[in-house]
Ligand binder design. Structure first.
Ligand SMILES: [Zn+2]
Length: 208
């Protein structure tokens, strides 16, 4: 439906709201790849989730502007460059049944399919095994509890990369990391497009 609406009504930029493109070249935020340790796992990301970066992600996830996936994939590739190892296998968080029914696709899968670096890698599958609440609006502690034991990962071995669009507290990525370790994988890192800094949140360590 939204694709049809896009055809009927010409696009405007999700950042500056001017036509005719979904995002003007000048409105794309410059990538600032950074990496830090998140509970002992190497996390890398290309954008801080604020300003234009936030509008891009919102346009993609909430307004279903799917053509933005290729731009987000470019940022993901920048973040990937920071990881010391390039695993041959990747894991993407499974969509909740409700989100999948609403969107009809997994937004992170779609971004990976547009990434020259990620699309050819083997996918490891995970499934949700617990009813979870929407993470939005939950505190960091509640997010962790909400997602504890939430996933089951197919068994396997070797280095594995966890890929997501946004990390806030890291609850989803960390829950997937422990499920992956339990399934036999060695988690080589977590790679996301953007990192949201929640106010009052303390970083364990920060390295450029
Ligand atoms: Zn613009």
């Amino acid at each position: 439906m939204s694709a049809l609406l896009d055809l009927l009504f010409p696009s405007k930029c999700v950042v500056c709201e001017r036509p005719p493109q979904l995002v003007c070249v000048g409105c794309l935020p410059a990538p600032r790849p950074q990496s830090e340790l998140l509970s002992g796992y190497r996390l890398s990301y290309a954008l801080d989730l604020e300003g234009a970066a936030e509008k891009l992600i919102t346009g993609y996830k909430d307004l279903s502007k799917l053509a933005l996936a290729r731009h987000l994939a470019g940022y993901l590739d920048e973040a990937l460059e920071l990881l010391p190892v390039r695993p041959a296998k990747i894991l993407v968080p499974p969509s909740s049944r409700k989100n999948f029914a609403r969107r009809g696709y997994n937004p992170v899968e779609l971004i990976c399919s547009k990434s020259p670096m990620l699309r050819s890698l083997n996918r490891v599958s995970a499934r949700s095994i617990k009813f979870t609440l929407d993470q939005r609006g939950l505190s960091a502690k509640d997010r962790r509890e909400n997602l504890e034991g939430a996933f089951e990962v197919e068994s396997g071995s070797g280095p594995l990369l966890i890929v997501d669009d946004v990390v806030t507290t890291g609850a989803t990525a960390l829950s997937l990391a422990s499920a992956s370790a339990a399934a036999g994988f060695e988690v080589a890192g977590i790679c996301v497009v953007a990192r949201r800094n929640s106010p009052g949140q303390t970083r364990e360590s920060k390295k450029a």
